[in-house]
Design a binder for this molecule. Structure first.
Ligand SMILES: Cc1cc2nc3c(=O)[nH]c(=O)nc-3n(C[C@H](O)[C@H](O)[C@H](O)COP(=O)(O)O)c2cc1C
Length: 364
């Protein structure tokens, strides 16, 4: 039974960051009831060489330090993305830095990559039994000048524990980070990380798939550049290779369109329901630009199975959510997965992969 509606009035009275801390503590202590397991064959899918029991993942930012990975897998998510993690621990921006906008079902955050650093994360991930799919989202320290150095450190430290690595150049709360999405810095960062992963593979280690997470606030030219580099342009890749193994589309937005709550004037990245349309449109464009040849993870404003289904039809092979949990509790992942299975079956699909990109429109 979902107890969240009963405790929600209490949780909503907490300051949002305290609410988050409370949730992490309760999950860590095993106090959060597990929803019924969603074991729907229609949801099982293989993407970038990994077998996902369902395509609904937990987006980065909730479990920044990999403290509740197993508890979140038990909540029914098909995959957990931890981080963003930076090489050195850092406190993030001054508080308050997280704001709810309940009538809009949105959140604004300017956390600024508060986290305990890569060594602490490696220790935590090494200590847990290997189960489920865990992606690691890499960020950079605020005061690092050469961004590539931080992503290389993160990749080297965490590749042994990560089912996939995601390069985050799209959070709005680290000065200059989003500028790394333009062509030259992107080539430098991806080139550096690819080199480390090649070294690991050469030494007999496993090379985790490499993903890139992008912002929703990009021009058509930016998107074309990102798609080209993601496909391998300027990276000197072999003919049968791409620059990355997938793209995560999208992070939070600068936009404040349609918001009604007074917290709309807070600085930071906005997420939740009002991000859905814009992030899905970017997803559709990226699917077209990459001609459906690169797996995409659709993120932004998903709060029910239909939202997830629309992302998949727009081009996502996998989806993720975060903000819906702020309003509906941690069991929302299982609810979205169960509803998605219903949507797929109602339209006659036997496998979620068969629905990917059906509404993306013609290839560019
Ligand atoms: C409080 C908060 C912290 C976040 N921190 C990160 C982060 O550290 N790294 C990252 O890549 N995305 C981060 N995100 C963005 C989410 O992963 C996701 O891309 C975005 O919130 C859109 O999805 P949603 O509408 O389902 O929340 C954060 C989001 C929120 C709300």
């Amino acid at each position: 039974m979902d107890l969240y509606p009963l405790i929600k009035p209490l949780v909503m009275r907490f300051d949002p960051e305290c609410g988050h801390k409370f949730a992490i503590a309760a999950l860590g202590l095993g106090c959060v009831p597990k929803p019924r397991r969603v074991a729907e064959p229609v949801l099982a899918t293989r993407v970038f060489g990994l077998d996902f029991p369902n395509p609904v993942g937990l987006a980065a930012g909730f479990d920044k330090d990999a403290e509740v990975v197993d508890a979140m897998l038990d909540q029914g998510f098909g995959c957990i993305e931890v981080g963003s993690v930076t090489p050195r621990p850092q406190p993030g921006n001054p508080k308050p830095r997280l704001f709810r906008l309940p009538p809009d079902r949105a959140v604004i955050n300017r956390m600024g990559f508060n986290n305990k650093g890569v060594a602490a994360m490696a220790k935590r991930l090494a200590a847990r039994p290997k189960r489920g799919i865990v992606g690691v989202n890499l960020g950079k320290n605020k005061d690092t000048e050469r961004a590539v150095d931080d992503y290389v450190i993160g990749a080297r430290a965490l590749a042994p524990y990560a089912d996939y690595l995601a390069i985050n150049v799209s959070s709005p709360n680290t000065p200059g980070l989003r500028a790394l999405q333009s062509r030259a810095p992107l080539v430098e960062i991806l080139g550096g990380v690819r080199e480390v992963l090649a070294e690991i593979a050469k030494a007999g280690g496993r090379r985790p798939p490499l993903l890139l997470k992008i912002a929703p606030d990009l021009t058509a030219d930016d998107l074309a550049d990102i798609a080209a580099v993601a496909m391998g342009a300027d990276l000197g890749v072999a003919e049968d290779e791409t620059g990355v193994d997938g793209l995560i589309v999208t992070n939070t937005t600068w936009s404040r369109e349609t918001l009604t709550h007074p917290n709309k004037s807070e600085q930071g990245g906005m997420s939740g329901a009002p991000l859905f349309a814009a992030s899905t449109e970017v997803l559709r464009q990226v699917y077209r630009l990459t001609e459906g040849r690169l797996p995409l993870v659709g993120v932004g404003g998903i709060s029910n199975g239909r939202d997830a289904y629309l992302k998949i039809r727009a081009g996502a092979s996998l989806v993720q959510l975060y903000t819906a949990m702020v309003f509906d509790g941690p069991g929302v992942g299982a609810k979205v997965a169960a509803e998605l299975a219903q949507c797929l079956k109602a339209d006659g699909f036997a496998h979620v992969a068969d629905a990917v990109g059906l509404d993306a429109g013609a290839s560019a």
